[in-house]
Each structure stands twice: as C-alpha cells, then as structure tokens.
Write a protein that binds this ligand. Sequence first.
Ligand code: FMN
Length: 199
Amino acid sequence: MASKDVFYWHLEQMDLKEAIYTRRAVREFTAEPVDEPTIHQLIDAAIQAPSAVNQQPWSFCVVRDKAVLDRISNESKAYMLRTSQAALSHRFQAILSDPNFHIFYHAPALVLISSVAESPWTVEDCSLAAENLMLAARAVGLGTCWIGFAQAWLGTREGKAILKLPGGYVPVAPIIVGHPKSEPKSIPRKEPEIRWVGS
Ligand SMILES: Cc1cc2nc3c(=O)[nH]c(=O)nc-3n(C[C@H](O)[C@H](O)[C@H](O)COP(=O)(O)O)c2cc1C
C-alpha cells in the first residue's frame, strides 16, 4: 500500500464530523518528534483546500530544529512588546514578558504556511490550507495550534531570513504540530448570530 493510501486509511479512522468537533488548540506536547512522512501527509491534506482562481499560492516551511524554534519564540516576544505594546492587553504583556513563556509551547515541529505573493485572497487561501492541515492532524491523533504571536516577527526581513523565505512571501499561518500530552478541554462556542433574509 502506498504511503498516501496508508494516511487515507488512518483518516478514515475518524470521520470528518468527529475531527471537526474534537479539534482543539493543543499547547502541551510530549517530546516525541513528528516524522517527515507524517508532515508530508499533513501538507498533502492542506493543499487539497480550495484557492481563489486555483492559484494555490501557498508555500510550506517546516522547522523541527529546537534552537531555531527557541530563537523565533524569543525574537517574536521581543518584537511584539517593542512594536505592539499599546495594542496588547495587560495579560498579553505579562505573558510575553515572561522569560519562561515559549510561544510554541516546546512543540517539536512548526509548519509555517506563507503566501508566495501579496495579492487578493492569498491570506484566505493559506488559512483554508491551515484548517485542512489542523483537521488532518487531529484525524491522526496529532495536536496543533495556530500561533499568531509568531506572525509579525516572521514577516520581518530578519524573520524571513532565518527561514530562508523569499522577500515577497508573506507568513500567514504558523501552526505547531506534535503529540498531545493530554486531551485539551473544549472551549464553548458563542451562539452564532444568524440572520435569515427572505423566506
Ligand atoms: C489566527 C489565530 C491566531 C492564534 N494565535 C494563538 C497564539 O499566538 N497562541 C496560542 O496559544 N493560541 C493561538 N490561537 C489559538 C486560539 O486561542 C484557539 O483556537 C481558540 O482559543 C479556540 O480554541 P480551540 O482551537 O481549542 O477551539 C490562535 C488561533 C487563531 C485562529
């Protein structure tokens, strides 16, 4: 059986509804690494997302080097405190000032989805790919969390340089991936505002 088929077989272990309803932001991981074939399979699920004019304007950067993840965490915290202090709540300021706070929660892998150009709908396209990736990860028992804290610094010249991203690329979705240490609690949803127009 080809590796893709193996992955699909695993996906079938959890139906779509279950993956959607049980995906949670995971912030505690075991030390177990995420292997390369699994990351390829998650990216393969990500690129099944729809994209405007079928541009598929996404690029994936995988980081599993702890020193690089630590550096991005430290730089991102400092950058946010330097550039967005006024916009940050006291709670976020305290979190970002804590030297023990790791924005990636010591996850073993980061998959950064960037758009290859700054043009209309590329953020939407990359976000759809990100959701596919997170659901596919959930379906095979992996945990993920979108880490918005990383976005601003990764978009700087220095941030792009550390990941060797071409200058025109725009980091959209930094997603950490790892084996969850525990099942996170579900976050209640607000009642959706729904306006029915017409009959
Ligand atoms: C655009 C975006 C940015 C986020 N940034 C962060 C972040 O920087 N750190 C973090 O711990 N969680 C982050 N999250 C995760 C949210 O806090 C989480 O999805 C939300 O609380 C709902 O919980 P659930 O994913 O378990 O349903 C982010 C989620 C999104 C969609």
